[in-house]
Design a binder for this molecule. Structure first.
Ligand code: UTP
Length: 278
């Protein structure tokens, strides 16, 4: 299998929890302090050695495409005015060695379907990362995806980021069944999307960071709708678990669910207080 180079960012969801703002502003462009959510996810991917970014966009998401474009007029003006620090921040949006590609998800049919829309851009012998920008993670000692990429490099396995959540919240997540609760990383034996608390195989929830092997893309091609009538990435992963090739890495750090108002506000408080500390 080839080394990990590509990351898919599914950003075609409707963002209904932030309406009416998300009528014209993509949820992924909402800002935490001074950067849009998508920038945090891109920075995390680049830190992990990703050099090809694939954005799966949809209706009303053009602001994301514009954001990652070069802006020669703005850059020239900032340079002429001597605003060099601001100029650097504009240029740092994507490092020069990183390429961006955009594909369209015609309808938001689910996360699995969004990932499948990028299939043409990922080769049959190539692993790929998936990052959900709603999950913003203040991780240590490195970004979450860099930690996962390290595990993937050493073992060649698919890696899912995990977090323990109270049983009362498992119905919001994909939840795994670990083979041995004390192993590190955890071997994944089962996975189910949005289980009821009494049916959950554990309280280890899947966070929005995945490094997946090509068999998952193949499984997505025939994946039928699951929870919520959507084509679920979790179901395609479940179909591949028999390979014994999937591990879970508990995340080190604090995760903010920026798809919810409370998580988004908490992220702004957390990063805002830190960045403006005297
Ligand atoms: P969410 O379900 O959290 O996002 O999907 P949403 O549907 O946009 O938000 P709400 O629930 O209506 O407020 C997680 C991620 O998957 C993407 C979303 O853009 C988000 O980044 N997604 C989801 C897609 O790209 N396509 C889909 O069909 C579904």
């Amino acid at each position: 299998m080839k080394p990990l180079h590509k990351a898919i960012f599914p950003v075609a969801g409707l963002g209904t929890r932030f309406l009416p703002a998300t009528k014209s502003i993509p949820k992924e462009m909402l800002t935490v302090v001074d950067r849009p959510l998508i920038q945090y996810a891109v920075d995390e991917a680049v830190e992990a050695g990703i050099d090809t970014l694939i954005f799966v966009t949809g209706r009303s998401k053009n602001a994301i495409v514009d954001y990652f474009d070069r802006s020669p007029e703005l850059e020239a003006e900032l340079e002429a005015k001597g605003k060099l620090e601001a100029l650097q921040r504009v240029r740092d949006v994507v490092p020069p060695h990183v390429k961006c590609f955009y594909v369209r998800q015609p309808q938001p049919l689910g996360l699995g379907h969004a990932v499948l829309c990028a299939a043409e851009l990922v080769q049959d012998d190539e692993p790929f990362a998936v990052l959900l920008p709603d999950d913003l993670i203040d991780a240590f000692p490195t970004g979450t995806l860099a930690q996962m990429a390290d595990v993937h490099r050493r073992h060649g396995q698919a890696v899912l980021a995990l977090e323990e959540v109270p049983l009362s919240q498992v119905h919001q997540y994909g939840v795994i069944r670990p083979a041995d609760k004390n192993a590190h990383p955890l071997q994944i034996e089962g996975i189910v999307e949005k289980p009821r608390a009494e049916e959950a195989p554990s309280n280890w929830s899947v966070v929005g960071r995945y490094i997946l092997t090509p068999d998952v893309m193949t499984a997505l091609k025939t994946q039928q709708p699951g929870a919520g009538g959507e084509i679920q990435l979790t179901d395609a992963i479940a179909a591949c678990l028999h390979t014994g090739n999937f591990v879970g890495l508990p995340l080190h750090g604090k995760r903010f669910d920026c798809g919810s108002k409370r998580g988004f506000l908490a992220a702004n408080m957390h990063f805002g207080l830190r960045e403006t500390a005297e």
